[in-house]
Ligand binder design. Structure first.
Ligand code: ADP
Length: 564
């Protein structure tokens, strides 16, 4: 595979200055490391010139000053696992990538007021482990992505999780930020020591925290994160919709449940292909190895695994009587449209035991599958769903990125970027009504089929009024034709979205240049703010379309991975 760009070299003097700040072991400039940190699952790429790992806010500020002095673009990430959206890639070659994994201190946990103060390198797994092993009666909210992802990184992308605390940016309160000139601010009017810094989100005066999300106005080096007090009672539920004709009624029912507060989580509704990508890989099945599944193959796989056309999952939390009441309200609203199954903490060990035994004994397995009316692999996912909904992360669901991968997926650490899996996320957000959802999904689905891809869609409830229709283009990076089609499909999906007057809730780097094409006045405002606080355009130039750099002489901005 030939790439279109050449590595850019970092001047020796800059490297020396960076080493003097972070130490010689915390700067990478050799070709192998640069290649590793420039790998991504999307079919566009750039190559960085160095990767720097500061250990404190002061070191972050010192690195920013060096970048500013030499007018070099600096591209910060927390843990750098933003797979499917661009990972740590800059829009141009030659950026200094900054990764904050060494800043992984949990500075404070306040159990009484249910918040913690953490640094950007703190991962979901670390955070959850810290709270549980120290006996705090608090739960984090994680995503169904990697447990090695950053709590702050995801919140700054305005990512969503699972529980009532699943609006990750909504749960940030009180930020410490290093600005592009190396100075530090504390949002909310907090000179250090302000007692409400992490309890009163709006502070006093203009509210600026949103400015540091999906932007390039600063580097967040510390944040307060609100947490869920461990509830007295908790159930997860799975709702299977076996007859697709019920889908509109289900959407109406969930909207009513959400508007009235009975559903208060980020409820996930996934189509059959999403389930398929978690359970298996194309190479493991007797199906066409080039294009998408045809109708007969899809039907055969549904039957083999006992997968419904659509599945929903969510959680209910509260006192015992609240949970009992919510269970009966959900049953009342949903039971006529599909099968609703609740899992409690009491049932979980029993379920896990049955699953273990069923893998060992074929006869027992047949009985289990008959009783559960599904396959053992599907049943096996239920305990993971149950745990994610109480903030216990798992790599179980990240396996989807390997669906078209030509080799078996790794048994251990799942890392789609390292393994060169092909995955592009497309994340439009729509009003949560049938009139908006289905025509849009039908139009997108037709384009997936036209380009030879299976239709992957997961609907995540952003709030009672808006739903994210998250689509994944899963392709084989080693196949030049599939790779080209993945790019073309993505462009067409964007065009459909713009024509229909929707937008993305979170955008990958390949869409930043045109992100505000239909809103020139907003683009001007974003760029003016940028010019005021970062006149040399040092910090993540072009991130979310803000101060997008013009192509250099040879036009090398965001190269496709494969030369055609
Ligand atoms: P994760 O590893 O959890 O997916 P990342 O660390 O990749 O999250 O962060 C996602 C994106 O958010 C990054 O590409 C970057 O643009 C932005 N970001 C992450 N951390 C910071 C930070 N501390 N300050 C400013 N922007 C950040």
């Amino acid at each position: 595979m030939e790439t279109r760009f050449a590595p850019s070299e970092l001047a020796a003097q800059v490297a020396d200055e960076l080493r003097a700040v972070v130490g010689k072991d915390h700067l990478c400039t050799n070709a192998d490391d640069l290649d590793r940190y420039s790998r991504c699952t999307i079919p566009w790429q750039s190559l960085c010139s160095a990767v720097v790992f500061p250990a404190s806010s002061e070191e972050v500020a010192a690195v920013v000053r060096i970048a500013a002095r030499h007018r070099l673009p600096l591209w910060p990430s927390s843990t750098g696992r933003n797979w499917g959206y661009g990972t740590t890639l800059a829009v141009n070659d030659g950026a200094i990538v900054m990764i904050l994994t060494r800043m992984n201190r949990i500075i404070e946990v306040n159990e009484e007021l249910a918040y913690a103060v953490i640094e950007p390198g703190v991962t979901y797994e670390q955070f959850n482990h810290h709270l549980r092993s120290n006996g705090y009666k608090l739960w984090i909210d994680c995503t169904d992505g990697s447990g090695q992802g950053s709590v702050i990184g995801n919140a700054l992308e305005r990512g969503v999780g699972e529980t009532p605390y699943g609006d990750h940016f909504g749960c940030l309160c009180g930020l410490e930020v290093v600005l592009p000139d190396g100075r530090m601010v504390h949002t909310g009017g907090a000179v250090r020591g302000l007692k409400t810094w992490h309890t009163h989100k709006w502070g006093v005066g203009p509210y600026l925290e949103g400015m540091f999300t999906q932007s390039n106005y600063g580097i967040v080096t510390r944040a307060g994160v609100w947490l869920m007090p461990t509830p007295e009672s908790y159930n997860s539920y799975v709702f299977e919709i076996r007859d697709q004709r019920h889908l509109p009624a289900v959407v109406d029912a969930f909207r009513r449940l959400a508007l009235s507060g009975i559903v208060n989580t980020k409820l996930h509704m996934i189509n059959d292909f999403v389930s398929m990508t978690i359970l298996t890989q194309r190479i493991s099945e007797q199906v066409s190895q080039d294009g998408p599944l045809n109708d007969a193959e899809l039907a055969a796989l549904r039957k083999k695994y006992g997968i419904s056309p659509w599945n929903c999952a969510g959680g209910i939390y509260g006192t015992r009587s609240q949970v009992r009441l919510q269970r009966s309200l959900l049953r009342e609203a949903l039971s006529s449209y599909g099968r609703l199954i609740f899992v409690s903490d009491r049932l979980l060990p029993l379920l896990e035991g049955v699953i273990r035994w069923s893998w060992k004994k074929p006869f027992f397995r047949r009985l289990t599958e008959l009783a559960a009316r599904t396959s053992l692999p599907v049943l096996e996912s239920a305990p993971y769903v149950h745990k994610i909904l109480q903030g216990i992360p798992t790599e179980f669901f990240v396996k989807h990125a390997y669906y078209r991968y030509r080799r078996p997926r790794p048994p251990g650490e799942v890392h789609p970027a390292r393994d060169r899996c092909g995955l592009i996320w497309f994340a439009p957000i729509l009003p949560f009504t049938n009139a908006h959802i289905w025509p849009f999904l039908d139009a997108c689905k037709a384009r997936f089929a036209a380009h030879g891809f299976d239709f992957y869609v997961a609907m995540l409830l952003m709030n009672p009024r808006s739903v994210i229709c998250l689509m994944a283009v899963i392709y084989d990076q080693e196949d030049a034709d599939e790779t080209r089609h993945s790019r073309e499909l993505y462009e067409e999906l964007l065009a459909i979205m713009h024509r229909s007057h929707y937008q993305q809730y979170r955008a990958g780097l390949q869409s930043w240049r045109e992100l505000f094409a239909n809103a020139p006045e907003l683009q001007r405002l974003h760029d003016s703010i940028k010019a005021a606080i970062d006149p040399a355009n040092i910090l993540s130039p072009g991130h979310y379309g803000i101060a997008y750099p013009r192509p250099a002489g040879d036009g090398v901005v965001l190269s496709p991975t494969v030369k055609e």
